[in-house]
Design a protein around this ligand. Structure first.
Ligand SMILES: Nc1ncnc2c1ncn2[C@@H]1O[C@H](COP(=O)(O)OP(=O)(O)OP(=O)(O)O)[C@@H](O)[C@H]1O
Length: 620
C-alpha cells in the first residue's frame, strides 16, 4: 500500500497526471489504467508468493484450499488499491504520504497482531466486537491470516486438509465474515475514493476541507460570475490605457453572446495567494480581461513575478481563480475543465516527459488521448516529428533520457500541437534551443496557428540577477540602476520570438496588463524615438552624457551599465545627420569603443512600459 500511495502522490506532485488530463485523458480512463496496473502487479506478486510458499513446503499454503487463499488475498489487494487512491487524495507531498503510510502499516499491524490473537484466544472479549474491529483493514487481514494458520496447524497435526469451502459455514471460524467485510468495504470505498479523487483533481488543493467545500459548491451560472470575490485592497491609482479599456469592452460584448467565435475569453480574472505566517496576501493576477479569436497567437511578456505563470495555471486547470472567470471555446474554467481538456494543448515551462519512452511513443500516447488512431495517428505522429526536426538521425526512436534539453523542448512543443488542439499554451517554448532549432520551431508554430488560438508567454530577464550581483561588485555605476532596466539587454531572442510568432503582444507587470496590441502598433505608440547606444571607457562617460544632452536637452537615459549608455532621442526633435556629426566630433576627442543609432524596437517598448509600470506602482 505504501508503494502505491507513494506512486500516486508522486505523480500528482509532479503534475504528470494533470499533464495527461490536459491532453484529454478522462478521470475514468485514468482510474482504469492505474487500477489495472496496480491490480496486475499485486496479483502477480500474490500468485508467486503462494506458489513459492507451497514449493518450499509451508503448510500454511500447502494445506489450505488454494481457491479460498486466492479469494481472500485478491479481495484484500483490491481494498488496498482503493485505500491508496483515497489516501493519495489527501496528500500533496510524497514524504508525508510515505511517513503516514509507514506509521499506519506498522502501528495497525502491530496492534492487530497482538490484540486479535489475545481477544480470540482469551475468550473474554465479545465476538461481535472482534467483528467490529475487523472493519479496520489491518485487523481483517490479521484475522484471515490467523484463521488460515490455525487450519494449517491442525492439518499438520491430524493429517487432514486445511480450510475448505465447506468450512466457511462454520461460525466458530471468522473466515467468511472477514471475507464479506473486506469485499463490502471495497465495494463501498470504490465510488467514494473515485469521487474524492475527482473532486481533488478538479482543483489544485488537496486538503480535506477544500475537497469537501468543492464537493458542496453549487455549479455557478454560465456567464459572468464572481467566485469568492476578493477586494484588491492595496491602494492603486489605476489609469487604464485605452487599449486595455478597448479589450475589456470587447470582452463585455463577447460575453453577451454565445458561440462568439472567440477561442479564449478572460473576464476580470484574479488570483490571490493568501499570505502564510503573518505575510500579506499576494495579488498575482489583478483582473485580467482578454478576448482571443481563432487563428491568433497572443504573446504575454513580462518580468519575473509578473503573474504569467499564475494566469496560465488558472487557464490549464492547475489552480482555481480567486475571482472572475474565463471561457475556452465557451466552456468555463470553473466548471468545464474536462471539456476544455479535449481540445487543449500545453507546452509547459518544464518538460514533463517519461525518460524511458521514445519521442515517437510520447506522441503516439498523447495522440491516442486526443482520439487519433490507426493511419491518422501514424500520420499525425510522423508530421509532428518532422515539424520539430526529430526525425533526423533516428532521434524519434531514442529514449527521452538520451535527448538533449533542446530535443526535449521540441518534443514538448510537438505534444502540445498533436491532435488538432484548438487552444494551445506555450510557456517560453524556445528556451534552451540553438538558433537553427529555434527557427524550425518557429516555422512549426507559425503553420500550427492557422486555425487555432495560441497563448505564448515569454520571460524577459534570464540574466538579470547574476548581472546585477556582478554590477554591485565590479561596476559601481550600475548600483543605482533598477534590475528591470536590464531586462532589455538580454531579451533579444525572446523578443524576436514574440515578434515573429505573435499577432498581438501584451505586457504584464505586477499582475496587470500594461498594454496590448499588434507589435507594430505598440512600437509606433511607445516608440517615436531613436535609441542612441554608446560604449566608452568609464572616464569618458560624462562626455557621452553631454553629447546626448547637447543633441536634445530632454534626452532620456534608458540605462547605464559600465561604460555603456543608452539614450532615447525624439524623432521629431533630432536629425540623424546631426547625431552622426556629433559622434564624429566626439570620436576625435575620446575613444568610442562602440556606438549605434537604432529605431525603436519591441525590446525598447518593453523596457519603457515595464519601467513605467514599476514607477507608477512605487508612486501609488
Ligand atoms: N503558490 C504561491 N504562493 C504564494 N505566492 C506565489 C505563488 N505562486 C506565485 N506567487 C507569487 O505571485 C507572483 C506572480 O508569480 P508568477 O509565477 O505567476 O509570475 P511569472 O510572471 O510567471 O514569473 P516567472 O516567469 O518567474 O515564473 C510572484 O510575486 C510570486 O512570488
Amino acid at each position: 500500500m505504501q508503494v502505491m500511495l507513494t506512486y500516486l502522490v508522486y505523480e500528482k506532485q509532479h503534475k504528470l497526471r494533470t499533464m495527461m488530463k490536459m491532453h484529454g485523458l478522462g478521470n475514468g480512463p485514468y482510474w482504469i489504467i492505474y487500477y489495472a496496473y496496480f491490480l496486475i502487479l499485486s496479483t502477480v506478486y500474490l500468485v508467486l508468493f503462494v506458489i513459492f510458499g507451497a514449493l518450499i513446503g509451508l503448510n500454511f499454503f500447502k494445506t489450505n484450499d488454494y481457491g479460498i487463499q486466492f479469494v481472500f488475498f485478491f479481495s484484500f489487494i483490491n481494498l488496498q488499491i482503493v485505500l491508496s487512491f483515497l489516501a493519495a487524495t489527501f496528500f500533496s507531498k510524497v514524504n508525508t504520504a510515505q511517513a503516514i503510510a509507514y506509521l499506519y502499516i506498522f502501528g495497525s499491524g502491530l496492534m492487530a497482531g497482538s490484540l486479535i490473537r489475545n481477544f480470540l484466544e482469551g475468550g473474554k472479549f465479545p465476538r461481535h466486537w472482534i467483528t467490529v474491529l475487523e472493519i479496520i483493514p489491518a485487523f481483517s487481514l490479521y484475522r484471515g491470516l490467523y484463521e488460515l494458520s490455525q487450519y494449517a496447524i491442525r492439518a499438520s497435526e491430524t493429517g487432514n486438509p486445511g480450510i475448505q469451502w465447506s468450512d466457511l459455514n462454520d461460525h466458530t471460524n471468522g473466515m467468511r465474515d472477514v471475507m464479506i467485510i473486506i469485499i463490502v468495504e471495497w465495494l463501498v470505498l470504490l465510488p467514494v475514493a473515485y469521487y474524492f479523487d475527482y473532486a481533488a483533481s478538479v482543483g489544485n488543493s488537496s486538503g480535506l476541507l477544500s475537497i469537501i467545500k468543492r464537493l458542496l459548491r453549487k455549479n455557478p451560472t454560465w456567464r459572468r460570475i464572481a467566485v469568492n470575490e476578493v477586494a484588491d485592497n492595496d491602494v492603486h491609482v489605476e489609469m487604464e490605457k485605452l487599449d486595455i479599456i478597448k479589450e475589456r469592452e470587447t470582452v463585455d460584448q463577447v460575453l453577451q453572446q454565445r458561440n462568439s467565435g472567440y477561442a479564449v475569453v478572460c473576464d476580470d480574472l484574479k488570483k490571490v495567494y493568501h499570505g502564510k505566517d503573518g505575510n500579506p496576501d499576494k495579488y498575482a493576477v489583478r483582473g485580467l480581461s482578454l478576448a482571443l479569436p481563432y487563428g491568433e497567437c497572443l504573446g504575454i511578456l513580462g518580468p519575473n513575478g509578473a503573474g504569467k505563470s499564475s494566469f496560465i495555471s488558472m487557464m490549464i486547470g492547475f489552480s482555481k481563480p480567486t475571482s472572475g472567470n474565463a471561457f475556452v471555446q465557451d466552456f468555463s474554467i470553473h466548471t468545464d475543465m474536462e471539456n476544455i481538456y479535449n481540445s487543449m494543448g500545453v507546452c509547459p515551462q518544464n518538460d514533463m516527459l517519461w525518460e524511458m519512452l521514445t519521442g515517437r511513443e510520447h506522441l503516439q500516447f498523447y495522440g491516442r488521448l486526443k482520439s487519433l488512431s490507426g493511419s491518422a495517428l501514424d500520420l499525425a505522429v510522423e508530421e509532428s516529428l518532422r515539424s520539430v526536426n526529430l526525425l533526423l538521425g533516428g532521434a524519434a526512436d531514442k529514449q527521452v533520457r538520451k535527448y538533449s534539453g533542446g530535443m526535449k523542448r521540441r518534443l514538448s512543443i510537438a505534444i502540445s500541437l498533436i491532435g488538432d488542439a484548438k487552444v494551445v499554451y506555450m510557456d517560453e517554448p524556445s528556451t534552451g534551443l540553438d538558433p537553427a532549432s529555434r527557427k524550425s520551431l518557429w516555422t512549426a508554430v507559425k503553420q500550427a496557428k492557422q486555425d487555432r488560438a495560441i497563448i505564448l508567454t515569454s520571460n524577459l530577464q534570464p540574466m538579470s540577477i547574476p548581472s546585477l550581483a556582478l554590477g554591485h561588485s565590479c561596476f559601481p555605476s550600475m548600483v543605482a540602476i533598477k534590475p528591470l532596466v536590464l531586462f532589455g539587454i538580454f531579451a533579444a531572442h525572446s523578443m524576436e520570438e514574440a515578434e515573429v510568432l505573435c499577432d498581438r503582444l501584451c505586457i504584464m507587470v505586477d499582475g496587470r496588463l500594461q498594454c496590448i496590441g499588434r507589435p507594430k502598433e505598440l512600437i509606433a505608440r511607445y516608440g517615436g524615438y531613436y535609441v542612441l547606444t554608446m560604449t566608452t571607457s568609464s572616464e569618458f562617460e560624462r562626455e557621452v552624457e553631454d553629447l546626448a544632452l547637447k543633441l536634445l536637452p530632454n534626452a532620456r537615459k534608458v540605462y547605464h551599465l559600465s561604460g555603456t549608455q543608452k539614450y532615447e532621442l525624439s524623432k521629431q526633435q533630432v536629425r540623424i545627420a546631426d547625431v552622426f556629426m556629433a559622434v564624429e566630433n566626439l570620436k576625435r576627442r575620446v575613444e568610442v569603443q562602440a556606438w549605434g543609432l537604432a529605431d525603436t524596437t519591441m525590446e525598447d517598448v518593453f523596457v519603457k512600459v515595464a519601467t513605467g509600470a514599476q514607477s507608477s506602482d512605487e508612486l501609488s
